[in-house]
Design a protein around this ligand. Sequence first.
Ligand SMILES: Cc1ncc(COP(=O)(O)O)c(C=O)c1O
Length: 414
Amino acid sequence: MTSFWHPFANMAQVALEAVSIERGEGVYVYDTGGKRYLDGTASLWYMNVGYGRTEIGAAMAAQSAQLAAYHTFGDFTNPVAEELCSRLAATAPIPGSSVFLASGGSDAVDTAAKLSRRYFAQIGQPERTVFIMREWAYHGMHAYGTSLAGLSPNLEGHGPMVTDVVKVPHDDVDALADTIDRVGAERVAAFWCEPVVGAGGVRPVEEAMLKQSRSLVADAGALFVADEVITGFGRCGDWFASTRFSLEPDLVTFAKGVTSGYAPLGGVIASPRVAEPFWSGEGAVWRHGYTYSGHPVCCAAALANLDILEAEGLLARALELEAEVMESLAALTDHPMVDHIRGGVGVMAAVQLNSTVLASDPYANVAAATAARQAGVITRAIAGGGLQVSPPLTITRDQLDELTAGLRAGLDAI
Ligand SMILES: Cc1ncc(COP(=O)(O)O)c(C=O)c1O
């Protein structure tokens, strides 16, 4: 019997049967029984450079031997955190940005949420506390992120959470404009936007819609927060979806692909607008931070990962894969259970089951994902009845077709 309480799991079932992954190589992972799976999800959207990159481990080991850890509160820093932040600032959507480091995406979201309100308090507009977020959104599981839930089951049952949160449809600029008017522009702190909704079902919107939302938020004087925990570091064919679509967000949250998961790390890129009241003149202490902000071993993993992304041209490769993923998955459109394929922005897609199938079994995508796994391909059931496709950026065209064949086998099996 296990003692491990899994995230997002019904332990009454999972305690009886779990899949134990013990090894990875390229786009494949292997379980303890030796069975090989093509990882069609890059674990939880993060294994951008693929498994088995010993150079990342070597960089972490070298850093650990030199200095495993030292905190960065107050005036302490370390050379690797400095190097990582300047490298991230160089990729940032807005020149001159600064970087706040944390341990993962939920940390990043809570950091950006608190910073939005703290920023307005600092510049004398403390009444700006309202967050506007989108349906289908997933912003992590800390208290702010849970409160910004576009997927209501993630919020329910936890009692009162963060207040002053308003939800809008993910694809309706007019609704955003109306909401800003209704709330009062002077009360809005931030609009939260995954440039491509990820966990909520892979829901890209038109680039023009993102840009219109961005300018509405600017007109309201509020902050535009791009949650790029999934979409960053090549996943959308650029350093960030925000750089690709010139969104110029005030804050960018990142995690996952920054280390390709080789170490837990996340953070927030703050534009000069947001940083300025804290960094110039007399400045101000922002009483926020984490024990592992700027953790040297995690920063070393990130630097080695960024080296690989650059050296192997994986951002450009992801742009090529954008079309290849859709071409390969198009083979599933004739399947009687499939309604359509969503995606077309970077290496993120969803195979949407049709309403007839979902009406007879709302969890048909869960069953299909389990059956695909038996056929040797890992996918995940995502919100709204889809199957997640987000493989490592190193996947080849042949491996994509292997992925598609595994999905078909899963669908056929149920
Ligand atoms: C858009 C987005 N934000 C935040 C998070 C939370 O990240 P983490 O699970 O690293 O805390 C996730 C995780 O999937 C995410 O997709």
